[in-house]
Design a protein around this ligand. Structure first.
Ligand code: URA
Length: 216
């Protein structure tokens, strides 16, 4: 896991398997099915790193040989929140890893004129001290990410309990999210160069939702 001095709270998951799979996803010749499968696999690998410091406790059990205090997760307090629609492809992998997680959805679209996100759906589990992992494959302008975290704050989830997981991010998006929510940890597989004039990430991988669902 890599960190950069200019981006506090950003964690780049540079595991070779994640990087290898991401390169395959970026390739424009990758099929819809291949893209979706790779996204699920990468999300699972990223989830493994993101949950590395989940709080633990111990439980008294008996092995066939003797009793022991065995380490277990403290409660089952994780919530996954997909930012629609592309976030769905990432929660698929995460739920395999944390099957007991509650799942929420935040639906946002971009207003034509203002270019700002507009909310059309919010369905969230009760906070109850849960760690919320919000997912969106592309952290581009950062506006949707900020809006989604605002929604979670309003719902009673403080920044410190939120982790934001993106597949690819750019410095603009990371700066925007950090400026508004400095306490949110951001995890990404890659920090790409910049945005183009249409707010697409360069080199990026194109429109994640379209590639995942086979739409145009
Ligand atoms: N959303 C995408 O799907 N791709 C980008 O490059 C930027 C935002």
């Amino acid at each position: 896991m890599k960190t950069l001095p200019e981006f506090p709270n950003l964690f780049i998951l540079d595991h070779p398997l994640i990087q290898h799979k991401l390169s395959h996803m970026r390739d424009k010749g990758r099929s819809t099915n291949g893209f979706r499968t790779l996204l699920r696999e990468i999300s699972l690998l990223m989830g493994y790193e993101i949950t590395r410091d989940l709080p633990m406790t111990s439980e008294r059990i008996e092995t066939p040989l003797e009793p022991m205090d065995a380490p277990v997760l403290m409660g089952k307090k994780v919530a996954l929140v997909a930012i629609l629609r592309a976030g769905l492809g990432m929660t698929e992998g995460l739920i395999e890893l944390i099957p007991s997680a509650r799942q929420g959805h935040i639906g946002l679209y971009r207003d034509h004129d203002t270019k700002m996100p507009v909310e059309y759906l919010v369905k969230l589990p009760e906070p109850q001290g849960r760690i919320f992992i919000a997912v969106d494959p592309m952290l581009a302008t950062g506006n949707s990410a900020v809006h989604a975290i605002d929604v979670l704050n309003r719902h009673g989830v403080p920044d410190e309990l939120i982790r934001f997981m993106a597949l690819v991010a750019v410095p603009e998006g990371v700066r925007t999210l950090h400026a508004k929510h400095p306490g949110v940890r951001i995890y990404t597989a890659a920090l790409d160069r910049c945005l183009d004039g249409n707010a697409y990430i360069l080199p990026g991988l194109g429109d994640a939702g379209d590639r995942m669902f086979g739409t145009k």
